[in-house]
Design a protein around this ligand. Structure first.
Ligand code: HEC
Length: 180
């Protein structure tokens, strides 16, 4: 009941605000248009390491048959799927990296970034239904590798623009689960 009252209050407030906006309409040329986020607070290099690479590992683990053991593990896989969806959008926004502004203008860069988002969107339902179909995860993981590699072959400098590197991981080779 309390919730309903709150909602009723909130919507009457919205109505009041709406009415207010209508009466105080400013001339078109002085209206401040919110521009939103136009630059990243970090480099694309950092987004790549901190967001994309970090989370891609969970999706590849699934394709290697390293499966979640509990609800927390599944949560990681779902979050990793969201990170790919978000990551593909994030890397279309230039950040503090030397080449960022130039990269995001390229058409193939955008195509590969959107594909990354698409792969994340395809991973999400698998994560949500807690799919243990390793073949399906492997097929998704292969698409992911192809995506990273295609863009890296075209754009990644030998030494990352801000020197941000991912640590060497021996977990896979040693057969240690990502969920341990
Ligand atoms: C649209 C292009 C693009 C896509 C897609 C992409 N990358 Fe990158 N990645 C780059 C570029 C360019 C750099 C270098 C950034 C810099 O130096 O500023 C980079 C850097 C990196 C780095 C840090 C450098 C290093 O060698 O450790 C890692 C790790 C990385 N990417 C992993 C991935 C993974 C994993 C994927 C796929 C899941 C991926 N990237 C997809 C363009 C891309």
């Amino acid at each position: 009941m309390k919730r309903l009252q709150t909602i009723a209050f909130a919507s009457s407030l919205a109505l009041a605000l709406g009415a207010c906006q209508e009466t105080e309409e400013a001339p078109a040329d002085t209206v401040a248009v919110p521009t939103g986020v136009t630059t990243l607070p970090v480099s694309i290099n950092a987004a790549m390491v901190g967001l994309i690479d970090q989370s891609a590992d969970y999706l590849w683990a699934m394709g290697n048959g390293d499966l979640p053991k509990d609800a927390h593990d599944w949560d990681q896989v779902r979050a990793a799927s969201y990170d790919m969806i978000i990551g593909g959008a994030v890397i279309q926004i230039p950040g503090t990296g030397e080449h960022d502004a130039e990269w995001v203008k390229a058409e193939d860069w955008r195509t590969w970034s959107n594909e990354l988002t698409k792969i994340g969107e395809d991973a999400l339902p698998l994560a949500e239904e807690q799919s243990t179909d390793v073949d399906e995860w492997r097929a998704l993981g292969n698409r992911l590798i192809d995506n990273c590699e295609a863009c890296h072959a075209a754009y990644k400098p030998e030494i990352p623009s801000q020197g941000i590197l991912h640590e060497e991981i021996s977990r896979d080779a040693e057969g240690v689960s990502i969920f341990d």
